[in-house]
Design a protein around this ligand. Structure first.
Ligand code: NAG
Ligand code: NAG
Ligand code: NAG
Length: 277
């Protein structure tokens, strides 16, 4: 008899538990939780199925405790800026998006993000650069290291400050009108490109290239291409020579014309003076 009673109680308890679990389960969890990161500005984004709830984001670096990000507590937005919470060192972070419910008896429904390591995965934007001719066959490509949103003691860090020797640049260039491209990887923000054909126009594009990263995230966005002017050394010389030749021809023509006319005038005068007396 006692066992039947226990079983009954157990059954009652289980069904009650089942109902409450179902209630908690019907609270919408954040979906499609993902990271978006450009030049170390890093946001966590997710989608929601109901606007009746607020969300709190917690994060943790590998092997560290969960922490809440101060600007992502009970927010109704479906995005949270974690830039200032994540260090730029080579370390993976996880985040967890909790749906806030008022009934605190239950663990909040939540969704984990994938792991994210800004050092390896933050996208790098297109860089600015200039191309200056050095002589007929060489140019200097001067790249400006983009700034990130990371500060160290009031100083805004560039990607060079963060990646140091890991930061290389890929420079891709081609001769105007030809299809062959050449790629150069440089470990410096200022690079000399040599062996160009004299007097030709070349077009250049540049992208950050982080050697320690996995292939999929190694290269930043390509910059807009920049082309050098056609005609520097030799063609300028040609123009000068052509100018000289034309000037000489002009002088010769003028001289000949003047001499001819004088000759004709003279003959005319002589014929006039030798006219009937
Ligand atoms: C980086 O850019 C690629 C291509 O636009 C995009 O698919 C990816 O989600 C971005 N990654 C991050 C972390 O923002
Ligand atoms: C390279 O560019 C930077 C910034 O744009 C500039 O300060 C520097 O003088 C340039 N160097 C050369 C050699 O052009
Ligand atoms: C960059 O590359 C040059 C030659 O390509 C090398 O001599 C130099 O040591 C390198 N610098 C760094 C900081 O790796």
């Amino acid at each position: 008899m006692a066992t039947v009673k226990t079983l009954l109680w157990l059954g009652l308890f289980l069904s009650a538990f089942g109902i409450t679990t179902a209630d908690v389960n019907s609270v919408p969890r954040a979906q499609n939780v993902h990271w978006v990161s450009l030049d170390f500005t890093t946001h966590l984004r997710w989608s929601v199925t109901s606007s009746d709830y607020t969300y709190t984001v917690r994060f943790s670096g590998e092997g560290a405790n969960w922490e809440e990000s101060p600007n992502c507590i009970q927010i109704s937005a479906s995005e949270c800026d974690l830039t200032q919470s994540l260090k730029a060192s080579d370390r993976a972070y996880s985040a967890d998006v909790l749906t806030e419910i008022t009934d605190m008896d239950y663990e909040l429904p939540h969704t984990y993000s994938s792991k994210f390591n800004p050092y390896r995965e933050s996208n790098i934007s297109a860089v600015g650069f200039t191309v200056e001719p050095l002589d007929h066959r060489r140019v200097i490509v001067n790249i400006t290291d983009p700034l990130t949103s990371i500060y160290d003691r009031q100083k805004q860090l560039s990607i060079r400050d963060i990646f140091k020797k890991d930061l290389n640049y890929k420079i891709s260039y081609y001769k105007s009108g030809s299809t062959g491209k050449r790629d150069v990887i440089s470990n410096s923000s200022m690079t000399q490109i040599q062996g160009l054909d004299e007097g030709e126009s070349y077009c250049f594009m540049v992208a950050a290239f982080i050697i320690s990263r996995p292939k999929a995230t190694q290269q930043g966005s390509w910059s807009m291409q920049q082309c050098t002017e056609r005609a520097s050394g030799i063609p300028l010389g040609l123009i000068v020579v052509a100018g000289f030749i034309m000037l000489t021809v002009l002088i010769v023509i003028v001289t000949v014309t003047v001499l001819c006319c004088r000759q004709r005038n003279k003959t005319l005068q002589t014929s006039q003076s030798s006219a009937p007396v």
